[in-house]
Design a protein. Structure first.
Length: 470
């Protein structure tokens, strides 16, 4: 009989490699698309049935409204901290912040200009939101009871004001305020997790909202939504090619088309995930390979992912004007400027979290014209269709920003950049290794800590000394 060796029980078994967290958000994307198509079909074929489904959209909008206050408070307080931290990183941090604020403001203004020129949403005649009216006119007692369970929202402008005061106060506390900032970061993780739970029922809300709108207005609703999506995609394309392309050519002499070709694989990844955060490690590696110094890339790219959201800025203002036109409620110039200023502040710090854009949009509408919240259900239905253009524009804006700032601070090798973009110096995929902020796929550091990932940079069970050694 052959001798079978017995394994030594004292020999430790090889540790299994950490399993990658599966990303299931693509199923949410598919479900929303299917629900929009189904809702439009129901509205066209059975208009009365479609109108009766309006409470589904109203309930989802109420859930988004419920999260406005917590999202705004957490993101603004922590956003103030991020600004202070970036500004301390010398010339690079200050220059990056100035550029990000200027470009985001410009993108918001472009969205307003295009929205006023195209007038998306006209003719839909949606009903304005009335907080004092029943949440579902004519709804049965059971439906009304379920809708009444959802709490109301906090007032937005007072919440924003208090958040700014708290953020600056915590910064003035210095090291003594660090534990409070860390605790608030973990609370933000919980808030975003609740928001993500709400987003998983977005297909139901989108189905009800689209069915009700199409049931009431027919094909004109579909035409208005297609007009908004087409205008948004075209605006993003013009912004990338004309605005970013001109800046890149004037400052560095590089072609925007060569840069887009260099980032083609990242574009495919973003298009598949509808999120620019999935390509963050690759962007860091590729910008270093293109001749930008590591010190510039290390500050500019991560900061830009929170503060340089050009595509999101265009989306927020165009979507707000779409809702305004759909309800036949004109926003005068002062209201549009006020909305722009609010979006500049409120859009910071919530990057990478599904639903944060909708919450920011709802916050802006509630702060300036609360009656416009009634059109949020339609935006939920088409938001996913615009997410790719949003993510691609955000990503391209950060790539261009990194090259520009590298040039301005003298940490940019123009000859190497030309060789890389022309294909003479090929990119080595092995360079991506080690550039991940955390070895998990959760969208934010706060969620990573909330999920208990042992190597998360915010995991509270990891001693500070261990974090410093990493």
């Amino acid at each position: 009989m052959a001798h079978v060796p017995v394994a030594d029980s004292t020999t430790p078994a090889p540790s299994a490699p950490p399993q990658k967290k599966k990303d299931r958000t693509h199923w949410l994307y598919i479900a929303v698309i299917a629900s929009v198509v189904l809702g439009a079909a129901v509205g066209l074929l059975f208009p009365e049935v479609g109108k009766s489904l309006k409470p589904l959209g109203d309930g989802f909008v109420s859930l988004i409204k419920m999260m406005i206050g917590p999202v705004i408070f957490c993101t603004i307080v922590l956003g103030v901290g991020s600004i202070a931290k970036a500004a301390t990183v010398g010339k690079v941090g200050g220059l990056a912040l100035g550029y990000f604020i200027a470009m985001s403001t410009f993108a918001l203004a472009i969205g307003l200009v295009v929205g006023n020129f195209v007038h998306p949403g006209e003719g839909l005649a949606l009903q304005p939101y009335d907080p004092n009216a029943p949440k579902a006119g004519g709804a049965s007692g059971t439906v009304q009871f379920l809708l009444d369970i959802i709490p109301g929202s906090m007032p937005v402008l007072p919440t924003l004001f208090v958040a700014l005061l708290v953020g600056f106060a915590l910064q003035q506390m210095g090291p003594a305020g660090a534990p409070l900032l860390r605790g608030l970061t973990l609370i933000q993780g919980v808030v975003f997790r609740v928001l993500m739970m709400i987003m998983w029922i977005a297909p139901i809300g989108a189905f009800g909202a689209i069915a009700a709108v199409v049931g009431s207005t027919g094909w004109s609703a579909i035409g208005a939504m297609l007009l908004l999506m087409g205008a948004f995609y075209l605006t993003c394309l013009v912004f990338i090619v004309v605005v970013l392309g001109t800046l890149l050519k004037v400052v560095t002499g590089l072609s925007i088309f060569a840069l887009m070709k260099y980032l083609a694989r990242e574009y495919l990844l973003i298009f598949a995930t509808s999120s620019s955060e999935s390509a963050l490690p690759r962007l860091i590696a590729k910008m270093e390979h293109a001749g930008v110094d590591k010190s510039v890339v290390g500050v500019t790219v991560p900061t830009g992912y929170s503060f340089n959201l050009d595509g999101t800025a265009i989306y927020l203002t165009m979507a707000a004007l779409f809702v305004s036109n759909a309800m036949g409620i004109d926003m005068n110039l002062s209201e549009q400027i006020g909305l722009l200023l609010f979006m500049i502040i409120a859009s910071k710090g919530a990057a990478g979290v599904t639903g944060a854009g909708l919450a920011t949009l709802a916050a802006g509408l509630q702060a300036h014209r609360p009656e416009l919240l009634g059109g949020m259900g339609v935006i939920v239905g088409i938001d996913k269709f615009m997410s790719e253009a949003r993510a691609l524009t955000n990503f391209t804006g950060n790539a261009v920003a990194t090259l520009l700032i590298g040039r301005w601070v003298g940490e940019f090798d123009a000859d190497r950049a030309r060789s890389v973009l022309s294909g003479e110096l090929a990119f080595d995929e092995a360079m991506v290794t080690g550039h991940g902020l955390d070895p998990v796929e959760s969208p934010t550091a706060a969620e990573q800590a909330f999920e208990g990932h042992p190597r998360s940079s915010l995991h509270t069970s990891v001693p500070d000394e261990a974090l410093r050694r990493r």
